[in-house]
Design a protein around this ligand. Structure first.
Ligand SMILES: Cc1cc2nc3c(=O)[nH]c(=O)nc-3n(C[C@H](O)[C@H](O)[C@H](O)COP(=O)(O)OP(=O)(O)OC[C@H]3O[C@@H](n4cnc5c(N)ncnc54)[C@H](O)[C@@H]3O)c2cc1C
Length: 242
């Protein structure tokens, strides 16, 4: 399969890149490992960005956030309102957001290839001329004059290209989160951010009055000093977080 551009990774960067190229007449292959995977993410989006690049999100009627509560590790609280600054933000289900961006890229003319995991380049005369992917039915090859690596921090291609090495665990952040359904006392117009007694933080981002995105994580050396599953269980069961 021959393309002008092969984009590996249909997250926000890859989908937007594919959309713009396709709109400008380029023949684009957009390769994605799994369109059903929900990336761990708070899903917070500024309405300025949303209105400029993805006005289609408005149709989903997301709830505007007018401010945030921030908590120290011993749960002292400050409130920060940004309403007066003329700015606000929304919280989206990240899977819904990613798939909306992918759909817009496809509508613009990009071809989306799901369940394709990029793992290496096709090389001819010492030039990278395409991308090899693993699929259930075997290895597939996508030829492209330009290759865009947008497949995130676990990218195999970024490492194979020599652009960077594999990240070491103490140089990254680790996080675990869920979307929980049901009524809570969290104000849907606010975000809740919790500093923790380790290098890391937790959050509760209400999506609406029936769903919250709740999660926490560590970074740098505390990735090694703390067990993510244990701190997540401790966080979501903490009586101060309600
Ligand atoms: C815990 C957490 C919370 C966050 N909260 C927010 C927030 O509230 N607001 C905000 O703006 N940002 C937030 N971010 C940051 C945001 O998630 C990233 O900036 C954004 O996802 C980067 O987009 P991307 O397209 O570069 O990469 P990604 O979103 O990582 O997309 C990469 C894509 O490539 C695919 N892929 C991976 N490997 C392969 C492969 N080998 N072959 C094919 N496809 C592959 C993946 O499935 C994915 O679809 C958060 C990040 C984390 C980790």
């Amino acid at each position: 399969m021959n393309y002008d551009v092969v984009v590996s990774g249909a997250g926000p960067a890859g989908s937007r890149c594919a959309e713009i190229l396709a709109r400008n007449g380029f023949n684009v292959a957009l390769i994605e490992r799994d369109i059903n995977w929900r990336k761990p993410c708070g899903g917070g989006l500024s309405t300025r960005v949303m209105s400029k690049y993805y006005p289609q999100i408005r149709k989903l009627n997301p709830v505007s956030k007018k401010g945030a509560f921030m908590f120290s590790a011993d749960f002292h609280k400050i409130e920060y309102n940004w309403e007066d600054y003329g700015e606000d933000s929304v919280v989206m289900d990240r899977l819904e957001l990613d798939n909306l961006m992918r759909d817009i890229a496809v509508e613009a003319g990009a071809e989306l290839f799901d369940k394709n995991t990029s793992f290496d380049f096709i090389i001819k005369n010492q030039k990278k001329i395409g991308v090899k992917t693993k699929t259930k039915s075997g290895i597939k090859e996508y030829l492209g004059k330009i290759i865009v690596i947008a497949d995130g921090m676990s990218s195999k291609l970024a490492v194979r290209s020599g652009l960077r090495e594999r990240w070491k665990i103490e140089n990254i952040g680790l996080a675990k989160c869920s979307i929980i359904e049901g009524k809570t006392d969290f104000d849907e117009t606010k975000s809740y951010i919790y500093f923790r007694p380790y290098k890391g933080y937790g959050w509760v981002f209400p999506i609406d009055n029936n769903q919250i995105n709740i999660g926490c994580g560590t970074f740098e050396e505390d990735n090694l000093n703390y067990n993510l599953n244990e701190i997540y269980d401790d966080f979501i069961n903490n009586p101060n977080i309600k």
